[in-house]
Design a protein around this ligand. Sequence first.
Ligand code: CP
Length: 308
Amino acid sequence: LQHLLTLDGLPRDILTAILDTAAPFTEVAEREVKKLPLLRGKSVFNLFFENSTRTRTTFEIAAKRLSADVVNLNINTSSAAKGESLLDTVDNLCAMQADMFVVRHAASGAPVLIAQHLQATGRDHIHVVNAGDGRHAHPTQGLLDMYTIRHFKKDFSQLTVAIVGDVLHSRVARSQIAALTTLGVPEVRVIGPKTLLPTEVERMGVRVFHDMHAGLRDVDVVMMLRLQNERMNGALLPTPQEYYKVWGLTAEKLALARPDAIVMHPGPMNRGVEIDSAVADGTQAVILPQVTFGIAVRMAVMSMLGSH
Ligand code: CP
């Protein structure tokens, strides 16, 4: 792996290799083992042009557990706030001997742009990890979700998985669908209102449901999505109360799934909008384990890139 920009088109053996590499790192992530020296002497720059709690922090923890030097650029107090371009920012950080950029940006394609720029300027020894770009992709979220499913369900080949809610604005859903289909999940369902599903959804290799009750019936995994108001540009939308009534995951709706179904959410959650607190904090929820597994999965990605 040179960069991790998307899960689209990433072969099954590489996806599986990342999950397998992450498995022993859970001991480091859970602090049973001290740091590993795999990125000693390397500098990882976290460039988060959009807010984050889970992704930014777990990338920092993961890089530190691999013994890297970590720099978190504060975008609000950086010269990007004075209008310095993305690529000028990157060039200057390269001059500080960066080895890896972890990039989150509101613009779809920003991490790809950086990777192409590095290639074009002969600095292809520097790696880029997409930490979420616009509506395009959030590959490490997709990977940690696959790790979580494999941890709790063991085998992808018998599963029915439902992705519920605002797929239209969701980079997470696109990465989840790419990973689930590549890993051989036989039935991936997408459940949501027509207004919040992309027009290309029929071509994504999923079964589409516009009825929450029909879509949730007998599923093994329920992956809820956040209603992403910040990407809706003032579109005419249901109120949070209206949305919750139809699409919110309550204990009553979850009872339609298999009794051992797990409930996932990438966070941050809108409690009382896409998910009821009783479900989010209930016995079937694996939302906080997702976060913990994110450390091991990000360690796996960075160590694999760093060894290239
Ligand atoms: N899941 C996720 O990307 O969360 P953050 O926005 O907090 O990083």
